[in-house]
Design a protein around this ligand. Structure first.
Ligand SMILES: Cc1ncc(COP(=O)(O)O)c(C=O)c1O
Length: 338
């Protein structure tokens, strides 16, 4: 028999379940633009997970910190770009668990905005007490981490490494559990046929959702919007491999090879570089629903959701749900865009 996410060590961090809210004014705005009525639109508010401004990493970190504590670690190490939401959430989770935190942030996004290097997530990382180490984009990551592990062990510490985005099989358990929560929420509304759309980057969210779908056997279709890699096919393969590792951990059947739906047309020039469609999506959702998205992930994800809804891609469904994965502090780092 398959295991459940609840069978794994878990450190409570998230306020769950997060709200599932209908976006009636956004739906009306899209009808007005297209002359057609889209299906009911919902937003799953994982930006309201409650840990230091929330986001999708909270659910992953419940399992990652659970594993770190089970292993007797005292220092959490993770990595990402300068404005990583994952790094900010990890710093907060480590603080809440009484662990030290080192963030290795690579200066890899070619964005020259004034606030990018001091505000947004970086400011919050400092307030949360993380040790921040900034590395050049082309630094040898293997060497950097080897040195850091050596340093921590030499002073008698025990490090626990969280991969970029928290996207290991253990982290993905958070989104296997989230899938069950979302599917139950749709059941409670009497919605049998929905699609769940979200921004996909390091892949743990999508992989976890796919694993959750394997556990449950029925529920919403899953559609990722690629905000990360130019090579969409390679990214989809990576997500499938991670989903298989997650189902293996759960003793559940692996997802089919073609189970990963990933749309690569909303990334723009590259990861972290703004697009016009992102700016329009952020402003439209803020002004119709009072919901704040972010410039790097959910803004581009929502641009995909809106374009797909307007193109009639969800026309045969009862509902389309956008998974709000957080990231709002990033708005302050990209203040010149708005
Ligand atoms: C706000 C936000 N949305 C979406 C994602 C993408 O999630 P994942 O890395 O699990 O694909 C991230 C992660 O980096 C994020 O910070």
């Amino acid at each position: 028999m398959a295991k459940a996410p609840a069978d794994f060590p878990r450190f409570p961090l998230a306020h769950l379940p997060t709200p599932l809210v209908e976006m009636k004014r956004l739906r009306a705005a899209l009808s007005e633009r297209t002359g057609k009525i889209p299906p009911r639109l919902f937003i799953k508010r994982d930006d309201c997970t409650g840990l230091a401004s929330g986001g999708n990493k909270t659910r992953k970190l419940e399992f990652l910190i659970g594993e770190a504590l089970a292993q007797g670690a005292d220092t959490v190490i993770t990595t990402g770009a300068l404005q990583s939401n994952h790094a900010r959430q990890t710093a907060a989770a480590a603080a809440a668990a009484g662990l030290s935190c080192v963030l290795v942030l690579f200066d890899s996004v070619p964005y020259e905005g004034q606030a990018y290097r001091r505000s947004g997530n970086l400011l919050l990382d400092r307030i949360l007490g993380a040790e921040i180490r900034i590395e050049a984009a082309d630094a040898d990551a293997g060497e950097v981490f080897k040195r850091l592990f050596g340093e921590i062990e030499a002073r008698g510490g025990k490090p626990y490494f969280v991969p970029v985005g928290g996207s290991s099989a253990t982290g993905s358990l958070g989104y296997a559990a989230a899938y069950l929560e979302i599917a139950d929420g749709l059941d409670a509304l009497g919605i049998a046929d929905a699609v769940l759309v979200h921004a996909s980057s390091s892949g743990g969210t999508q992989a976890g959702l796919l694993a959750g779908a394997q556990l449950r056997g029925r529920g919403p279709a899953i559609a990722g919007i690629n905000v990360y890699r130019g090579d969409n096919e390679a990214m989809a393969q990576g997500i499938h491999a991670l989903a298989c590792k997650t189902t293996a951990l759960l003793d559940a059947p692996a997802p089919a090879a073609d189970a990963v739906a990933l749309d690569g047309s909303f990334l723009g020039e590259r990861y972290g570089v703004p697009t016009d469609a992102m700016r329009e999506a952020v402003e439209l959702v803020a002004r119709t629903e009072g919901v704040l998205l972010d410039p790097v992930y959910t803004g581009k994800g929502m641009a995909g959701f809106l374009a797909q809804a307007m193109a009639g891609k969800y026309a045969k469904r009862e509902a389309a749900v956008f998974l709000h994965t957080g990231g709002m502090p990033g708005l302050f780092a990209y203040e010149e865009e708005f």
